[in-house]
Ligand binder design. Sequence first.
Ligand code: FAD
Length: 324
Amino acid sequence: MNKPELEEQRSAVPERDRYDLIIIGGGPAGLTAAVYASLLRMRAFLVTSNVGGQTVEGSKIENYMGYEFISGQELVKKFQDQLLQHNYLDHRITEITSVQSFENHFLVTDKREAQYEASAVIIATGMRRRLLNVPGEERLQRQGVFYQHMEEGALVTGHEVAVVGGGNSALQGASELSRICPKVYVVSIGEWTADLAVREEVESLGNVVALKGYAVEEIWGDRRVSAVKVKCQETGKERYLQVHGVFIEIGWRPFADLVSSLVDLNARGEIQIRPDCSTSCPGIFAAGDVTDAFGKRVIIATGEGAKAALSAHEYLMRREKEGM
Ligand SMILES: Cc1cc2nc3c(=O)[nH]c(=O)nc-3n(C[C@H](O)[C@H](O)[C@H](O)COP(=O)(O)OP(=O)(O)OC[C@H]3O[C@@H](n4cnc5c(N)ncnc54)[C@H](O)[C@@H]3O)c2cc1C
């Protein structure tokens, strides 16, 4: 009989239990680390706030070995099935709020204050969207403030909108929205950084207004977005854009906050890892997009996740031999 889906296993483990290894993050890196930990018969536990991470946002993946083309959702489903049906591991869907280091172990706490202990930890927390951090952004999320033009575009058909950002995602979003919206403002703090072909395409669109050198100061609206206040960086002049939606596409940042005081990070905020995925803190390993490993790709994250589990296993065996 098939085991239930990952989401249904929320209460599968007792609170405050001791494991050899805790894996934080259920994207490609964390799910692969979990499968490897299961294959290695480790007493391991996977905790994640969602299953699949950024992969579920990728509508089509054309660069994963074994598939000419696969959607992000399909690939995640396959990873999940491999974990639940063939290489089962204790797990819980929850957000981890802290990782503390003690002499011989780590204490991992979630948002419900449940605590889990382990001798080693793999951080596979990937990347999170960058927020504008301006008044109105949080309050009006999903009420006109969106982070994904693909799915939310339909909600603003026939209305004027603003896209914030100047990279590929922002300009591709502007191009798609220009087909269903009468006017699209593209607000960017500097010059556009998208590929030339994308820039040229957007520049040729008659209903796209480029506001380069402008910063978003505030998002207005009672129950949903009605306007955006932007400010010209050079002149200080403010403008109010009467829009129905704001699509924020200003990139992603590595989410290393949980261990930023325990391990070395580089200038970009990524966890610095050695070739075996170990970090500057003995017992903490890291894998995938949260690290300084070159290449932010599913195939690289999965490989790194496997490596981190093998490495953590070796570390624990060594500790055992030394009688720790
Ligand atoms: C729109 C888009 C399209 C893409 N297209 C492609 C593509 O075509 N091909 C390709 O190879 N790559 C693509 N990528 C990149 C690819 O998705 C990433 O490189 C890959 O997902 C990284 O995997 P990861 O496991 O390191 O991190 P993530 O996928 O970011 O997963 C991180 C996981 O950690 C969990 N987590 C984070 N913080 C906590 C916490 N505090 N507590 C508990 N859990 C936590 C998250 O919930 C998530 O499950 C795309 C990315 C995006 C955004």
